[in-house]
Ligand binder design. Structure first.
Ligand SMILES: Nc1ncnc2c1ncn2[C@@H]1O[C@H](COP(=O)(O)OP(=O)(O)OP(=O)(O)O)[C@@H](O)[C@H]1O
Ligand SMILES: Cc1ncc(CO)c(N)n1
Length: 283
């Protein structure tokens, strides 16, 4: 293929509906990096501006819901969206606006693949979602989701299940299916913290409607700098879906991607540094 023809070939488009992180480690900065590293053009609908560094979040400024919706609408109409994901959504009002415009442009509900990462707090524990917005995630987003990717803390908040082993991971997945999620990825990154028991592996359980299950395992790397890990996993899965992969193949891609990103994480600032995709940068 000639260089000109290569340039004329457009990559798939993924959309991140997410907040900013001024430190560049998490949120839409992580999303767009993961999209690019996975061969997909990244577009964004910013939901909130956070004042954030490696130590935590010191301020949050939500974007007006109508402006969030307008970003989604304009991208979908002009360039098209091959897959979308949500990260920080900040408030019940923003979630309602996202659900409405997603229906309008065909994102989710069995249409354009829609990954819901139910972000509730930052790694440092700062809230990124209003307390009264959990109900909106349950009733407005889960029924539209192709895949929901909660960590163990988010599972406790959403369905009140404490995941400590395979049986409770399955119980959590079943409860999230009951709320309407077509597929659930129970992320095991926090299992050591939840159980207090050492874990040699990080195991994520993918549960599909109809009872099909897949386990994705990696060695548990001894890395303190995993800021943006959950965002990067959900975005790399979204990139795989935008490229037309099956959900199982997209999650396999995401797991491979995040394991390498955790492996290449680096210290930055006085707190937690980010997972990194920079190993893939070749100039
Ligand atoms: N120490 C580690 N070594 C390898 N993989 C890890 C490690 N910690 C987390 N992971 C993987 O990273 C992904 C994100 O998992 P985690 O459960 O930490 O989600 P999260 O809490 O949303 O992320 P974050 O901690 O960035 O907020 C999962 O695939 C998990 O298995
Ligand atoms: C904006 C934003 N989104 C998500 C997270 C969770 O990683 C974060 N810390 N900040």
């Amino acid at each position: 293929m000639s260089t000109a023809a290569q340039h004329a070939t457009s990559p798939p488009v993924a959309l991140a509906i997410a907040g900013t992180d001024s430190g560049g480690g998490a949120g839409m900065t992580a999303d767009v990096r993961a999209f690019a590293a996975c061969g997909v053009h990244g577009s964004v609908a910013v939901t909130a501006v956070t004042v954030q560094d490696s130590l935590g979040v010191s301020d949050v400024h939500p974007v007006p819901p109508a402006v969030v919706a307008a970003q989604i609408r304009t991208v979908a109409r002009d360039m098209g969206v091959d897959a979308a994901k949500t990260g920080m959504l900040a408030s019940a009002e923003i979630i309602a606006a996202v659900a409405e415009v997603c229906d309008e442009v065909g994102i989710g509900s069995g249409g354009i693949p829609f990954v819901v990462d139910p972000v509730a707090a930052s790694m440092s524990g700062s809230p990124l979602l209003a307390g009264d917005a959990l109900d909106a995630i349950r009733s407005l987003l889960l029924p539209r989701a192709t895949l929901v990717t909660p960590n163990l803390d988010e599972i406790a908040l959403l369905v009140d299940v404490k995941v400590v082993d395979d049986a409770s991971a399955r119980e959590a997945a079943a409860a999230l299916h009951d709320l309407g999620a077509a597929a659930v990825l129970v992320k095991g990154g926090h299992l050591e913290a939840t159980t207090g028991r050492e874990q040699a592996e990080c195991v994520d359980l993918l549960s599909l409607a109809g009872g099909e299950e897949h386990e994705f395992r990696s060695v548990r790397l001894d890395r303190p700098h995993t800021h943006g890990g959950g965002d990067s996993l959900a975005s790399s899965i979204t990139a795989g879906l935008a490229r037309g992969m099956s959900l199982v193949d997209a999650v396999a891609l995401g797991k491979e991607f995040i394991t390498r990103a955790v492996d290449h994480s680096y210290p930055l600032g006085a707190g937690h540094g980010p997972v990194s995709t920079l190993w893939a940068a070749a100039l």
